[in-house]
Design a protein around this ligand. Structure first.
Ligand SMILES: [Zn+2]
Length: 151
């Protein structure tokens, strides 16, 4: 399942990427263009816009009723739009929506704070923005939150 979200749902886009879902954040305000992009890339549209009406039977659109990001995630879980795949957690760059590459530990040296480098065994990198990711306490907290969310 791949998604495209409108500009009211930027935070939700990041959360979906964190869960491993390929999620495009559409920043424009041209609804037709967004629908077109969704068709081309076979994406489900997530929107809070009540005026956005799918025109073709192939268009898939989920209207988000909730206002706050954690509740929006819950809503998607309840509607069975998303599920938890632990192996996919933190596999994608939160900014670029691209799958991360695992890198040899030495390559992270000097590019992350020293204490992180000595603490962590595994690092991955976004091939586009070159941001380095690791399983820090932040991720562990998120993981706990995610598990609670999915029950
Ligand atoms: Zn990136």
């Amino acid at each position: 399942m791949k998604f495209i979200v409108d500009r009211m749902l930027g935070r939700l886009a990041k959360e979906l990427r964190m869960l491993g879902y390929d999620t495009v954040f559409y920043r424009g305000d041209n609804a037709y263009q967004m629908i077109k992009l969704a068709r081309e890339e076979d994406r489900v549209i997530l929107t809070r816009n009540t005026k956005l009406i799918p025109k073709r039977s192939e268009d898939r659109l989920v209207r988000i009723m909730e206002d706050k990001t954690p509740l929006q995630l819950k809503e998607l879980i309840q509607k069975k739009v998303i599920s938890l795949y632990e192996e996919n957690l933190f596999s994608r760059c939160l900014l670029c929506n691209i799958l991360l590459d695992k890198i040899p530990r030495e390559e992270a040296k000097g590019k992350v704070p020293d204490f992180i480098f000595y603490q962590q065994k595994e690092f991955s990198r976004c091939p586009r923005c070159l941001r380095i990711y690791w399983r820090g306490s932040h991720q562990e907290n998120m993981q706990k939150k995610v598990k609670e969310l999915f029950g």
